[in-house]
Design a protein around this ligand. Structure first.
Ligand code: HEC
Ligand code: HEC
Ligand code: HEC
Length: 426
C-alpha cells in the first residue's frame, strides 16, 4: 500500500516538474506572443522615394536577394534551395504577388515575421535569419517592406520542402524554439556599426560557434565556426582576430573584398559581391570600428564533426611541404608567405592558416579561388587550382607546411585531402 502510494506520488511530482519545465521553456521562447500573427490590412506605410531608397539599401545589406532568388530566376521570387542535415528547404517568394508572394501581407504581419520568425504559415525555419533581423528598428523593417511591395509581382511557386520527420512539421519548430530560441529585442541604432553587424548584416549567422540543434550559445556568438550546411569555416570576429587590419583597412576589406592581410573567398566572397560592396563608406567605417571593439573570444571549443576535423588521425603528413611551397606557391605568396605587392595575400596570419580546421586551406589549394569584382577591386587576382598539378600527398604536405604553427591534431594526410575533395561545400 505504502509502496503504491509512493509510486503514485513520485509519478505526479515528475509529471508536474515536466509541465513546469515546458511552461518555462515556452515562456522563454516568447510565450504566446510569437504565435499571434497579426491579421487584417493594418495601417499603410510610407512609400516615398526616400523610404524606398532606404529599403533598397537595407535589402542589399540583408542579402535578401541572395537567399530568395534561384540561379537565373526572377529576383526575390523564392525557390532557392538550402540543404540541411534534415533535408532540403526552399525560400519563399517575397514579391507582392497576392497568392504566391507577400501581396496581401500587412506591414504588421511582415514586421511580426521579421521579429519572431512566425508567419501565417506557422513557425519559420531558422535558415531565415530572423534571429538577427529581430534587432532592426520598426522604421527600418517598414522601409524594407515598402521596397519589397514596390517590386514587380511574380507568381513563382517555390517547390515544396523535402524534409525528414520530425523536421517536416512546422509544429516541431515549437520544440526547437523552446530549447534554443530566445527572442532578441529591437536595438536602438545609436551604435551604427553594432546595429548593422548584429541586425541586418546577420554576420553571426556564419561567424558563430554552433552547439546542439545548430543553436548559437552566447559564448559562441561571433566566436568563429563551421557554416551550417557547408564545410567552410568562418573565423571569429573580434579585436584579437582582426588586429592585423587597421580600422580603415578593415572598412575597405568589407566593401572591396581585398586587403594586404587577406582577401575574401568562398561564402564571404559571395557576401561581399551581393551585399557588402553596396556599403556606404561611412557605414563600412562604423562596422569596422565596431568589429575591432568586440572583446576577444576564448579559444574555440568547436563541435567539429569527424568530416570537419580531419587529420591528426593516421597516415603520412609529408615532410616535403617547404620544397613544394617554394616551387608552387612562393612566386605569388612570397618565400616566407609574407604576400606580394598587395595583389597576393600573406599566408602568415591568414584565416585558412590559423583556422582550427584545415578545410579552408585544403579546399582553396584544390580548387583555387577568385575574389569578387568590386568597384574597389575591379580586376581581382586569382589563385589557381592545384587539383591537377599536385597529388593529394603533395597538397597535404604543403597545407601542413603553411599550417605548421597549428596544433598537430589538425595535420592532414593524403586520404584526408581525398575525403575533402568529395565534399560539396556550397
Ligand atoms: C540565409 C538565407 C536568407 C536570407 C539572407 C534571408 N532569408 Fe528570408 N527566408 C529564407 C528561407 C529559407 C525562408 C523560408 C523559411 C520557412 O519556410 O520556414 C525565408 C522566409 C522569409 C519570410 C517568410 C515568408 C513566408 O511566406 O512566411 C520573409 C518575410 C522573409 N524571408 C524575408 C526576408 C528579408 C526581408 C530578407 C532580407 C532582409 C531575408 N528574408 C533574408 C532565407 C533567407
Ligand atoms: C554566408 C556566411 C557569411 C556571412 C553571412 C558573413 N561572413 Fe564573413 N566570412 C565567412 C567565411 C567563410 C570567411 C572565411 C573566408 C574568408 O576569409 O574570406 C569570412 C571571413 C570574414 C572576414 C575576414 C576575417 C579575418 O580574420 O581575416 C571578415 C572581416 C568578415 N568575414 C566579416 C564579416 C562581416 C562584418 C559580416 C556581416 C556583415 C560577415 N562577415 C558575414 C562567411 C560569412
Ligand atoms: C598565381 C598566384 C598564386 C599561386 C601560385 C598560389 N596562390 Fe594562393 N592565393 C592567391 C590569391 C590571389 C589568393 C586570394 C584568393 C581569393 O581571395 O579568392 C590566394 C589565397 C590563398 C589562401 C587563402 C588565404 C586566406 O586568406 O585564408 C591560401 C591558404 C593559399 N592561397 C595557399 C596557397 C598555396 C599552398 C599555394 C601553392 C600550392 C598557392 N596558394 C599558390 C594566389 C596564388
Amino acid at each position: 500500500m505504502i509502496v503504491r502510494r509512493l509510486i503514485l506520488w513520485t509519478t505526479l511530482v515528475v509529471l508536474a516538474l515536466v509541465v513546469v519545465a515546458a511552461c518555462v521553456l515556452f515562456a522563454r521562447q516568447g510565450g504566446f506572443a510569437p504565435f499571434r500573427v497579426p491579421t487584417g490590412t493594418g495601417p499603410p506605410v510610407a512609400n516615398d522615394a526616400t523610404t524606398l531608397a532606404r529599403g533598397e539599401y537595407l535589402v542589399r545589406l540583408g542579402d535578401c536577394a541572395a537567399c530568395h532568388t534561384t540561379r537565373g530566376g526572377v529576383a526575390f521570387a523564392g525557390g532557392h534551395a538550402f540543404d540541411t542535415d534534415y533535408g532540403t528547404l526552399y525560400s519563399s517568394n517575397l514579391t507582392p504577388d497576392r497568392e504566391k508572394g507577400l501581396g496581401d501581407w500587412s506591414a504588421d504581419e511582415f514586421r511580426h515575421a521579421m521579429r519572431y520568425g512566425v508567419s501565417r504559415r506557422g513557425p519559420l525555419y531558422p535558415v531565415f535569419p530572423y534571429e538577427h533581423f529581430a534587432r532592426l528598428t520598426d522604421a527600418d523593417i517598414d522601409a524594407i517592406y515598402a521596397y519589397l511591395r514596390a517590386l514587380v509581382p511574380s507568381a513563382n511557386t517555390p517547390p515544396a520542402n523535402r524534409l525528414a520527420f520530425p523536421a517536416n512539421s512546422r509544429s516541431a519548430l515549437i520544440v526547437w524554439r523552446m530549447l534554443y530560441y530566445r527572442p532578441a529585442a529591437p536595438m536602438s541604432a545609436t551604435d551604427r556599426g553594432q546595429y548593422l553587424v548584429e541586425g541586418i548584416g546577420h554576420c553571426a549567422m556564419c561567424h558563430s560557434t554552433r552547439a546542439a540543434g545548430d543553436s548559437v550559445p552566447s559564448k559562441g556568438y561571433l566566436a568563429g565556426g563551421i557554416l551550417v550546411g557547408s564545410g567552410w569555416y568562418a573565423p571569429p570576429l573580434d579585436a584579437d582576430s582582426l588586429r592585423r587590419y587597421s580600422s580603415s583597412e578593415l572598412a575597405d576589406f568589407l566593401r572591396t573584398g581585398t586587403s594586404p592581410h587577406g582577401t575574401v573567398y568562398g561564402p564571404m566572397a559571395e557576401v561581399v559581391y551581393s551585399s557588402l560592396r553596396a556599403l556606404t563608406a561611412a557605414d563600412a567605417a562604423s562596422m569596422a570600428d565596431y568589429l575591432k571593439r568586440i572583446p576577444p573570444h576564448a579559444p574555440p571549443d568547436m563541435r567539429l564533426s569527424a568530416r570537419e576535423r580531419f587529420g591528426g588521425n593516421s597516415g603520412d603528413f609529408g615532410n616535403n611541404g617547404a620544397e613544394i611551397f617554394k616551387r608552387a606557391c612562393a612566386e605569388c605568396h612570397g618565400d616566407n608567405g609574407e604576400g606580394k605587392g598587395g595583389h597576393y595575400p600573406a599566408l602568415t596570419n591568414a584565416v585558412a592558416t590559423r583556422a582550427p580546421t584545415p578545410i579552408n586551406a585544403v579546399r582553396i589549394v584544390l580548387y583555387g579561388a577568385m575574389p569578387p569584382t568590386t568597384p574597389g577591386n575591379p580586376r581581382p587576382y586569382s589563385m589557381p587550382p592545384f587539383a591537377q598539378q599536385l597529388s593529394s600527398a603533395e597538397i597535404a604536405a604543403v597545407v601542413n607546411y603553411i599550417r605548421r604553427n597549428e596544433p598537430q591534431a589538425s595535420r592532414v594526410a593524403a586520404s584526408d585531402v581525398e575525403a575533402m575533395a568529395g565534399i560539396v561545400l556550397d
